[in-house]
Design a protein around this ligand. Structure first.
Ligand code: ADP
Ligand code: MG
Length: 490
């Protein structure tokens, strides 16, 4: 195994590379809105100067297990009785959000859910658990079932690094390519995620090509990561002729109508029939600014639309479910025909995750927190970053909570990824700090929530995000992290 060092450039050559990088980024939409949002002015997305090394074999293993993970989550959703019993408990611990999502599901279920088909655009996040960067294995951080981001920008970072390599600016004294062909792969994530949405449209129309029905993107107001989402929209219209429309949760009630007899949804202004709703919002409490947002979520759930995701599929991504699914017996229950070698591959990606209840495992977890909190991260049932409690902060945090509420959290072993001396460029400024990376593998599944029938199940590319190793969380838009690409080594 031979891993190339990062390119080492003179200050002058690095300055030149930065100009090439910024021009390419702005020229190709590797962009975001800056914090002071103005619709006419974008800025380059924070990226690394160089691709970050990642072991090729491990990457290939993750790609290979993704469809099985997709299927695992479909079976969780299909096994409604089991899922509902877990969610009933979780709802008590997090009545403000998980509880409200669950309540909204129950209300929709009572009224009548007419569309059994469900679309999942998932992302399975991992880190390389290896202090020395060579030995170790890839471990799962979390499985995301709602609003997975950066499928749009990821291919562009790969293309940017590939361009800089081909241009020869990764070498100091020659203009030869620094990385060999095949060492910088380019993710096909926006093409594959858009294909998933296209398939949703196709199945909505009973397996007929139809470019009259459109796709609804539910987004956050003044979304800074708009171009990441737009990449999917541009692909939908250029490849498939399918239009999309963007609305915030709050805008839905005033801008759509539901035909009460057919349960079909139409835009008010243009009377376009909507086939699929794709949520790039609605995963955090702050997305539901008032009751109209909850009402909109409920209303959409009861229509003919194919939801990406449905409330149940979204809720299946709860951290609690992830904890339960690290148990071999549980996986065997959900995937009874899984081969033992494939099962082993799934299990190999898990670190230990404990419940914090009164079970034997829960009691052990409480003991471990008291003895070695530095080995753990504590997670509530929330999404979107900034919610976890790390290491030494765990005991003090738990003391502020009544013991009965602890069971709403899971305790996960800390994964220690190797750090690299890559460089990050953010708002034109270069940061030279040790970085650590998180690899997300995208997967798409279209399935029937009632029967469990799988209509489509596919791999959908990948994403590498990096952050300063000094920061616990890696939100790119939040200012901690950046988008990166892979340098795959054997
Ligand atoms: P969220 O739903 O908020 O995205 P995550 O489980 O993905 O929650 O955690 C957020 C971030 O915290 C991750 O992106 C990762 O950087 C860090 N993190 C989470 N779990 C671990 C872990 N077991 N070991 C090390 N870092 C972790
Ligand atoms: Mg995450």
């Amino acid at each position: 195994m031979k891993v190339k060092e990062f390119p080492s450039l003179s200050k002058e050559n690095e300055d030149k590379l930065v100009v090439d990088l910024l021009n390419w980024s702005l020229g190709n939409g590797l962009t975001m809105y800056p914090p002071n949002f103005q619709p006419h002015s974008a800025i380059h997305a924070p990226v690394t100067l160089y691709p970050t090394p990642f072991p090729k074999q491990e990457y290939e293993k993750l790609v290979q297990v993704q469809k099985t993970f997709n299927e695992l989550y479909l079976n969780v959703v299909k096994n409604k009785k089991w899922l509902l019993s877990i969610l009933t408990d979780l709802a008590k611990f997090d009545s403000q959000f998980t509880g409200k999502l669950f309540e909204t599901y129950l209300k929709a279920e009572k009224f009548g859910i007419v569309q059994p088909l469900s679309l999942g655009l998932f992302r399975n996040d991992y880190m390389f658990d290896s202090a020395d960067g060579v030995t170790g294995s890839i471990k799962q951080i979390e499985f995301n079932t709602v609003s997975v981001s950066f499928g749009g920008l990821s291919p562009k970072v790969g293309a940017l690094h590939d361009y800089l390599n081909k241009l020869g600016v990764y070498n100091d004294k020659t203009s030869k390519q620094y990385y060999s062909p095949g060492e910088i792969p380019i993710s096909d994530s926006y093409k594959k995620l858009a294909l998933g949405l296209y398939q949703g449209n196709y199945y909505y129309n009973n397996k007929v090509e139809n470019t009259d029905t459109i796709i609804l993107f539910v987004v956050q107001p003044n979304e800074r990561n708009c171009f990441d989402q737009r990449a999917l929209e541009y692909e939908l219209i250029s490849q498939y002729g399918i239009k999309s429309v963007r609305m915030t949760l709050q805008e839905i009630n005033d801008n759509v109508t539901i035909d009460p007899s057919t349960k079909k949804l139409y835009t008010k202004s243009t009377n376009d029939e909507i086939s699929v709703v794709y949520y790039r919002s609605a995963y955090a409490p702050s997305d539901y600014v008032d009751d109209s947002c909850w009402e909109a979520r409920y209303q959409l759930e009861t229509t003919q639309l194919i939801k990406c995701p449905t409330l149940l599929t979204q809720l299946s991504g709860a951290k609690k479910i992830q904890q339960i699914l690290t148990n071999k017996k549980e996986i065997e229950q959900f995937l009874p025909t899984i081969s033992s070698s494939q099962l082993d591959k799934l299990l190999e990606t898990f670190v230990k995750i404990y419940p914090l209840d009164d079970s034997e495992e829960g009691l052990l977890a409480k003991k471990l927190i008291a003895e070695n909190p530095e080995n753990f991260v504590l997670k509530p049932q929330r999404e979107g970053g900034g919610n976890n409690i790390y290491k030494e902060n765990i005991p003090g945090f738990l003391e502020t909570l009544p013991q009965e509420e602890w069971a709403g959290y899971i305790l996960m072993e800390i994964i220690t990824p190797p750090s690299f001396k890559n460089k990050i460029i953010r708002e034109g400024k270069i940061y030279e700090e040790e970085i650590i990376s998180e690899l997300g593998i995208f997967g798409t599944i279209l399935f029937n929530e009632e029967t469990g029938d799988i209509l489509e199940n596919d791999n959908s590319g990948w994403l590498l995000r990096s952050k300063f190793s000094s920061s616990n969380e890696g939100g790119v838009a939040a200012g901690f992290g950046c988008v990166d690409s892979l340098y795959l080594y054997d």
